[in-house]
Unconditional design. Structure first.
Length: 736
């Protein structure tokens, strides 16, 4: 057959395929702002034979009748974008397809990979819905990329003679990036690099890019930590000019500045922080008043005194928006001269602070409040373990094993009495908060014991005890009262609130289905009782094998907290007003709250709501990126830890179920890995969404979310940061 006949044959075949209508619709989506006559459409689609052109006539009539196309008085056809065109954000899956999340739609729009049209995860896009469904996810095609979410990616360079490809680490990135030889920028084959996407032409299979940074050898600890930060576009080092600016700031305590502040240096003041903390941005002061009430001060480092607006230091802090806590390091929001020096409320040092001071009765009623700038002196520093020892023993005899030092020491009686009294007040405050509808999340945190070269020697779990909750309650008090002070004023004033919406009904129903498997019955019919129902559930699972799973699933039902000038209250804390005020060393929204509070204390007028709303959105986005980076670093360390346990058998809990595998979390160390369905021996397993399970076709064996199973570590891949397990069987069936 001649090439000419081959081409004609292929054309005819494609026109007769069931995808013909999709091809016509795709043409209109790509030219959605134009209208065409029948002849123009046929010519542009290269439809030459009579049979196919007749089919086009019928199809145009059908699509017009369905409302997908519209026809004008000149018999020209165009795309009917009304009720079909939306703007949203792409959420890629690891399998190559995606969903577009649209604010005004109840369900996301499903996008097959062939309809992505070069859109990537997180991109803001225009999407055309061609199958609209009310009860499930609609089908659509991306027809325009409005804004790239990111252009910098991290991956491994695979070099050829005159070109190469960067294999991107992120599993949601479905394409490699082509790099020409003149854009290698000195990178060698097999190294982990940062690559910037330059363009993605319509007729190209892959985007083109240039290498901007060589991160190092894949799998090496520092390389991987750098890669995590680089992947999220997060900074690591401060620019030299910012460090230089911070170094020249006057950090001395000046008499002329003290005169402008409330002097509280003679009031008993101390800090309680983690033993390994290097910056202390909050302290408590305590005084018993003659009337039997207590004066309690929550003193926060006065970061805004040093970080002035419209400086390169302020610009850098705003851009970072938050400190980042990886497993082996902290990437601070502020240079060390401030974060660990001038703004750190270290013991036996005078510091500038911004304070919320309350007169509180023994039953925790607040009868007076004061907000303003102060100067304080910290009399002592305690680790949480030391404060906990005082609370438990009612004694100030601190043994070496709980101490910040290697020697035992005795705490002054006045500080012991203060800690014990604050503990009693905190417990009463917490009880009131819980009875008002606050939700009690005491999720276990995974911590690693690291060697000098940052190798994980072991895993331990951090839990919240009375000393932690003492500090938490008084920080919550300051945050709430500061936002109330502004929010309840007669004249509305712009402020930065920490907002938290009610949980999603659909997620609550999902939670109910899962926990019912463990015998828990939840009642979400009355919205007022949701918090009480969740608290009872969280209390009932304490100490049980399903606790971590239920804790995790319950947290997932919650809406994400965010910053905004539009106050809606904080559902999880049961506060009508709430702000972040107590951690300005590590959170930029707290710096904004300090500035605004002082501005209004000075009788200043309300500031621009639009300006601060933009700042709130930026802070929320940076917080999300930092959280993701922190999770990735934990995942990396878990994989590194489990590498030394390949072929070891563990008891775990099924923590996730998908159509391609089950996730299992090892009980003793919280490391999570996957068992792929194709690797489960003895049967072919299918995903059952209704039961959150996989079920064997022949044996009907079911593995369900929350089941205990034994697994063997099959492979731990540091570069991909994933763990593969081999399923040995259900816990009650396997003898280890």
């Amino acid at each position: 057959m001649s090439k000419k006949k081959q081409r004609r044959s292929k054309t005819k075949s494609s026109h007769n395929s069931p995808k013909f209508s999709q091809k016509v619709l795709s043409f209109f989506r790509q030219h959605r702002d134009k209208s065409y006559s029948f002849n123009q459409i046929a010519d542009l689609l290269d439809l030459k034979d009579t049979k196919t052109r007749n089919r086009l006539i019928r199809l145009l009539g059908q699509l017009t009748a369905k409302g997908q196309l519209k026809q004008d008085q000149n018999h020209h056809f165009s795309l009917n974008t009304k009720d079909h065109l939306y703007t949203g954000k792409v959420d890629m899956t690891t399998r190559g397809n995606a969903y577009v999340m649209v604010d005004d739609l109840e369900h996301d729009i499903h996008i097959e990979q062939k309809n992505l049209n070069r859109a990537l995860d997180g991109d803001e896009v225009e999407v055309f819905v061609f199958k609209k469904r009310e009860q499930s996810k609609s089908e659509g095609e991306i027809i325009g990329i409005l804004n790239r979410h990111k252009t910098d990616f991290v991956g491994v360079l695979q070099k050829q003679n005159h070109f190469g490809f960067v294999i991107v680490q992120n599993p949601k990135m479905y394409t490699d990036i082509f790099v020409s030889k003149d854009h290698f920028n000195g990178a060698d084959d097999g190294l982990l690099v940062k690559v910037r996407l330059l363009e993605w032409k319509e007729d190209s299979d892959s985007p083109t890019g240039e290498i901007t940074e060589v991160l190092g050898k894949p799998g090496e600890h520092n390389t991987e930590m750098h890669a995590i930060l680089a992947d999220y576009g997060l900074p690591e080092k401060f620019p030299p000019e910012v460090e230089a600016f911070a170094d020249q700031i006057d950090t001395k305590i000046r008499p002329e500045e003290i005169k402008k502040r409330r002097d509280m240096r003679d009031t008993l003041t101390f800090t309680i922080d983690p033993a390994d903390a290097k910056d202390f941005d909050d302290a408590l002061s305590f005084k018993t008043l003659d009337n039997g009430n207590f004066e309690i001060g929550i003193h926060i480092a006065d970061v805004a005194h040093y970080v002035q607006p419209d400086t390169i230091l302020d610009e850098e802090a705003y851009n970072r928006a938050t400190s980042i806590y990886l497993v082996d390091r902290v990437v601070p929001m502020l240079p060390e001269v401030l974060s660990n020096g001038a703004c750190s409320l270290r013991p036996n040092e005078e510091k500038y602070t911004f304070s919320a001071v309350f007169e509180i009765t023994p039953d925790t009623k607040i009868v007076n409040e004061w907000f303003g700038r102060t100067v304080t002196y910290s009399d002592a520093r305690f680790a949480y373990e030391e404060a906990q020892h005082i609370i438990e023993t009612k004694s100030g005899q601190i043994p070496p094993q709980t101490s910040l030092t290697k020697k035992a020491y005795t705490v002054e009686k006045s500080i012991i009495e203060a800690i014990l009294q604050l503990d009693q007040l905190a417990k009463k405050m917490r009880l009131k908060r819980m009875s008002s509808g606050a939700i009690s999340f005491d999720k276990v945190e995974v911590k690693f014991n690291l060697s000098e070269d940052n190798s994980p020697l072991g895993v331990h779990f951090k839990t919240s005890k009375d000393a932690n909750k003492l500090i938490e309650e008084f920080m919550l008090l300051a945050n709430r009262k500061v936002s109330e002070f502004i929010g309840k004023q007669k004249t509305q004033k712009t402020f930065v609130y920490r907002c938290h919406d009610e949980p999603d009904d659909e997620k609550l129903e999902t939670l109910n289905k899962v926990v019912s498997k463990f015998g828990y019955n939840l009642n979400f019919k009355n919205h007022k009782n949701i918090a009480n129902t969740l608290n009872k559930l969280l209390n009932d699972v304490q100490g049980k094998k399903e606790q971590n799973l239920v804790d995790t699933l319950t947290i997932r039902t919650m809406s994400k907290a965010y910053y905004s000038t539009q106050n809606i209250g904080h559902y999880g804390l049961a506060f009508d007003y709430y702000s972040h005020f107590t951690s300005p060393i590590r959170r930029y929204p707290d710096v904004m709250a300090h500035r605004l509070l002082q501005h209004y204390l000075d009788q200043g007028k309300s500031v621009s709501e639009t300006e601060y709303e933009d700042k709130c959105k930026h802070a929320s986005e940076m917080e999300k990126l930092a959280t993701n980076a922190e999770r990735d670093s934990i995942k990396y360390m878990q994989v590194k830890f489990i590498q030394n346990h390949e072929d070891t058998e563990f008891l775990g809990v099924i923590s996730g179920v998908t159509d391609f595998g089950i996730f299992v979390e090892i009980i003793e160390n919280k490391c999570e890995g996957m068992v792929r369905l194709r690797d489960i021996k003895g049967d072919h397993y299918d995903f059952n969404q209704e039961h959150y399970a996989v079920i064997g076709r022949r044996t009907k064996t079911m593995y369900q979310l929350g089941d205990e199973v034994y697994v063997r570590v099959k492979k731990a891949d540091l570069i991909k940061r994933n763990i593969d397990f081999e399923l040995l069987g259900a816990a009650d069936e396997v003898l280890i």
